[in-house]
Ligand binder design. Structure first.
Ligand code: 13P
Ligand code: SF4
Length: 306
């Protein structure tokens, strides 16, 4: 898109936003130009909070399907648009509600804690939802001492290490983007930049998080850099986060831990798709009322641990 077309498109987006009383929410992994046009950029937890609290009538969700679905569950009176309707999350697809019900039979005393990266149907058969920002806090503070944690085995293992007093049954799911980072890659890049602090997402394997100086959600990583005295950082999460990091900290240097840290689904949202979505007020994301009714309870429990 030429810079002239881009500015015309952005102007039309602004106009349509006013006309429809819309808000644009974007995840930290979105393309740079999407983060720049959004009203709010954040991690999964902050985006859910924003969706639950906004006065806007229309929420344009620049992220992946489960995020827009969570917004639709938390804000049933709003129109939730997902400009890139095919943007799914392969990890969310690694758990089906029928399987969750089988695990419940296998561990009848366990509470089910579903990472927000899961379908509405899975949330509807879970007791609690969590994000990477509050998983440890939630698991530590809920009354149940036995937990089925799904679908991310890596986040679940990280939580189990931080909360050793609880028994946690790990689901075998993983994020294809984060899981592929190896400890060898981390050691190699640490040797290249020995002064740099290593910041990683808990969706990475535990052999990788074990080598990090800080493990946290995308917004927690941004917050960590804001407060750190260091000037160099090795970043172990999706490359989209580098945009906010460099914008906020122009004098600091960031090195992506691995060139494969790209989530193709997150990259599906484009400025043209956002415009199209606002012009036609679609694709709309909805959740069946009987699923929503049960899933909202698990999501509201998640929002208590912020
Ligand atoms: P957050 O750390 O922003 O919650 O996101 C992780 C993620 O993979 C979202 O899909
Ligand atoms: Fe799913 Fe991983 Fe992409 Fe997040 S980064 S949306 S967990 S595939």
């Amino acid at each position: 898109m030429s810079s002239e077309t881009l500015s015309q498109t952005l102007a039309e987006i602004e106009e349509l936003k006013k006309k429809h009383q819309a808000i644009i929410l974007a995840h930290n992994y979105q393309n740079d130009e999407i983060q720049d046009l959004a009203d709010f950029v954040g991690d999964s937890l902050a985006l859910s909070q924003k969706a639950a609290q906004t006065d806007a009538k229309v929420i344009v969700f620049c992220g992946v399907h489960f995020m827009a679905e969570s917004a639709a569950i938390l804000a049933p009176d709003k129109t939730v648009l997902l400009p890139a309707p095919d943007a799914g999350c392969p990890m969310a697809d690694m758990a089906e509600p029928e399987e969750v019900l089988e695990w419940r039979k296998r561990y009848p005393n366990a509470a089910v804690v579903a990472y927000v990266n899961s379908s509405a149907a899975v949330k509807s058969v879970s007791d609690y939802c969590c994000t990477s920002a509050n998983a440890v806090k939630l698991v530590r503070n809920i009354p149940e001492s036995e937990i089925i944690f799904l679908p991310d085995q890596n986040l679940g293992r990280f939580v189990a290490q931080q909360v050793p007093e609880k028994t946690i049954h790990l689901w075998p799911g993983y994020c294809i983007t984060h899981h592929r980072i190896t400890p060898e890659e981390v050691i190699k890049i640490k040797n290249l930049y020995p002064q740099a602090e290593v910041l990683v997402h808990p969706e990475c394997r535990h052999e990788v998080t074990a080598l990090a100086d800080f493990v946290g959600s995308t917004s927690q990583i941004i917050q960590y850099v804001r407060q750190s005295q260091s000037s160099e950082f090795i970043i172990g999460t999706e490359m989209g986060i580098i945009h906010s990091l460099t914008k906020e900290n122009p004098s600091k240097r960031f090195y992506l831990m691995s060139p494969g840290l790209i989530c193709p689904n997150m990259k599906q949202t484009t400025v043209a798709k956002v415009l199209d979505s606002l012009r036609h007020l679609k694709p709309v994301i909805t959740v069946e009322p009987q699923i929503r009714e049960k899933a909202v309870a698990a999501l509201n429990r998640m929002l208590k641990y912020v």
